[in-house]
Design a protein around this ligand. Structure first.
Ligand code: FE2
Length: 261
């Protein structure tokens, strides 16, 4: 039997022209398809996580690319396209009662992305970069809007758009299904609005991995992905993370409020 998640990964593999992923219409097609599947089967993500947690080979493939535990937001990789055109993830934004209530850093991405709110809500500020001087590392941003994204909503974001996010609930995590498109450039940026400056990042994944290790080991030696991989070692050493994945998989499904059948 074809699972709902397999229908999603098949659609993303065969029916989406990822060469057109800079076009928002392409990404809205992805979002509309994913949200319609979730409406029909609110347990789609939960079923996929259970499938992953039962399979050592899927665990070995996907868990090392996931980021948890993370201070603000966990990322669980659900599917990686072998051609690296797209990745499907579950994001879990921690409630502000368990982390700080301030917004995370203002940043953009190297790729276009689609978010489907599965459960809960988060607040977001969206910015446009109106000027950037790469030599001086300065940038001007304007705040376009501040909004709340809640269960059932779909959001498309191109790589040019900067944003920052926080979960305002004191006790409810927010869960999102996230599809990221191909990396369209080498670096993303983290902005310092007060100073009008920015810095390049080599990708949130590498940064978080290095940051996590640095925090754990207190080591200034962990400065690069190469260093990180040296410390992390083979996938066997990620076994404690498997337990977290299984606990999430064993949780409830993610019916968006008011849209469950
Ligand atoms: Fe982001």
């Amino acid at each position: 039997m074809t699972t709902s998640f397999a229908r999603l990964s098949d659609f993303l593999s065969t029916d989406v022209d990822w060469d057109d992923s800079e076009d928002d219409d392409t990404m809205w097609r992805v979002g509309d398809f994913a949200s319609s599947l979730v409406r029909r089967n609110p347990s789609l993500v939960q079923e996929r996580m259970a499938e992953i947690s039962r399979s050592r080979s899927l665990m070995d493939e996907l868990v090392p690319h996931s980021e948890f535990p993370h201070r603000r937001r966990d990322k669980f990789v659900l599917f990686r396209d072998p051609g690296e055109r797209f990745v499907v993830r579950l994001h879990r934004f921690h409630p502000c009662g368990s982390t700080d209530t301030e917004y995370g850093p203002i940043h953009n991405h190297r790729y276009p992305g689609v978010t489907v709110l599965l459960r809960g809500a988060y607040q977001e500020r969206v910015y446009t970069e109106v000027a950037r001087d790469d030599a001086r590392r300065t940038a001007d941003l304007t705040l376009d809007e501040e909004r709340v994204l809640a269960g059932g909503q779909v959001d498309v974001k191109g790589w040019r758009t900067a944003h920052q996010v926080r979960n305002v609930s004191p006790d409810q995590a927010a869960f999102t299904l996230f599809v990221r498109g191909p990396s369209l450039r080498r670096f993303s940026h983290i902005y310092d609005l007060d100073n009008g400056t920015f810095m390049d990042t080599a990708g949130a994944h590498d940064l978080a991995r290095v940051g996590f290790l640095t925090a754990m080991m207190g080591s200034a030696a962990v400065r690069s992905r190469h260093d990180a991989m040296r410390f992390i070692g083979p996938a066997d050493q990620w076994s404690e993370r498997y337990d977290v994945m299984m606990r999430v998989a064993e949780g409830q499904g993610f019916p968006p409020p008011g849209t469950a059948p």
